[in-house]
Design a protein around this ligand. Structure first.
Ligand SMILES: NC(=O)C1=CN([C@@H]2O[C@H](COP(=O)(O)OP(=O)(O)OC[C@H]3O[C@@H](n4cnc5c(N)ncnc54)[C@H](OP(=O)(O)O)[C@@H]3O)[C@@H](O)[C@H]2O)C=CC1
Ligand SMILES: O=C([O-])CC(=O)C(=O)O
Length: 264
């Protein structure tokens, strides 16, 4: 049985717990103290609640971050310095070039892997392959409902309650997008990390009162040719900011621990 550590106890973490592949169990959950009683109730006390990964004295088979960019800043280096493999959802934390370098060198030094979950988008394998031949441009457009942008800085850029048609409220680099919208624009950072980088990836963020889905459009142009991907993702019932596919990419990372044979 593979035993993983979850970081976070919100929408994505609950989806992972509900869909955990056979042969994988959750040994530890890093969460704020307010969640510890609920964690202690899972599977008759089989899961240990922690305030920090350093409280764990065993080696998890995988540490899965489903929390926030702040959580990546707080815990990722500790995890990698112990030589534990880490997969992150809050990829926008890596818009901080210094943190990215720190985590890369910790992973190299301790023979751990730092996996960027594909999250809410598809095509990251093709984008990384295209990069090998040279990419000219990568653009990303995110289109979400007002509920998705609620609680984000979008509130100050557009009137979310009264918007009547799809409206662009942000244009800039992936680095700016990921930093400004930490709970909504991790996808911009993921695309940048797999493609032409944080400063060269152009991003447009839109609010659309006529949708309930999170739509991600990627256009990549390079020596390989050109691709356009449009993904219309359903959101989690528990969190309209988060696409179900993002949670499913975390589930798939767990499945890789037990499936051998074919790999994408
Ligand atoms: N790469 C991608 O495509 C995507 C990435 N994401 C990222 O995944 C994250 C999780 O999504 P989701 O589960 O839907 O979000 P939720 O807001 O539903 O849950 C986040 C959980 O993480 C906890 N948390 C946040 N920061 C910390 C911390 N520093 N220490 C301990 N616990 C922490 C929260 O604690 P509390 O309840 O105490 O506040 C909460 O339990 C998002 O914030 C976003 O960064 C999301 C969607 C797509
Ligand atoms: O889940 C999504 O559609 C995207 C998201 O929140 C993010 O990029 O942070």
């Amino acid at each position: 049985m593979k035993k993983i550590m979850l970081i976070g106890f919100g929408g994505m973490a609950h989806e992972v717990m509900a869909r955990l592949p056979q042969g994988v169990s959750i040994g530890w959950i890093v969460a704020r103290e307010g969640h510890h009683a609920a964690i202690a109730d899972i599977n008759g006390g089989a899961v240990k609640a922690l305030l920090h990964p350093s409280e764990c004295s065993e080696r998890p088979d995988l540490v899965l971050e489903c929390a926030s960019q702040q959580a990546v800043r707080e815990y990722a280096e500790t995890v990698l310095n112990r030589g534990w493999d880490l997969a992150i959802a809050s990829t926008g934390a890596l818009a901080d070039a210094q943190l990215l370098e720190t985590l890369r060198s910790a992973a190299r030094a301790h023979r751990a892997t730092l996996t960027i979950l594909s999250g809410a988008v598809a095509g990251m394998d093709g984008l990384a392959a295209a990069r090998e031949g040279g990419l000219e441009s990568v653009t990303y457009v995110s289109n979400k409902s007002p509920a998705s942008w609620c609680g984000s800085p979008a509130e100050k850029m557009v009137d979310l309650d009264n918007v009547t048609e799809a409206t662009v409220f942000f244009e800039g680099s992936a680095r700016e997008a990921a930093r400004t919208f930490p709970a909504n624009a991790n996808v911009a950072a993921t695309i940048a990390l797999m493609g032409i980088g944080m400063d060269n990836t152009r991003v447009q963020l839109r609010v659309d009162p006529h949708t309930t889905r999170n739509t991600h459009r990627i256009q990549a142009v390079g020596a390989f040719g050109e691709f356009h991907i449009e993904l219309n993702g359903n959101t989690l019932a528990s969190n309209p900011k988060t696409s179900m596919l993002a949670a499913l990419s975390a589930v798939e990372a767990c499945r890789r621990l037990v499936d051998d044979g074919l790999s994408a």
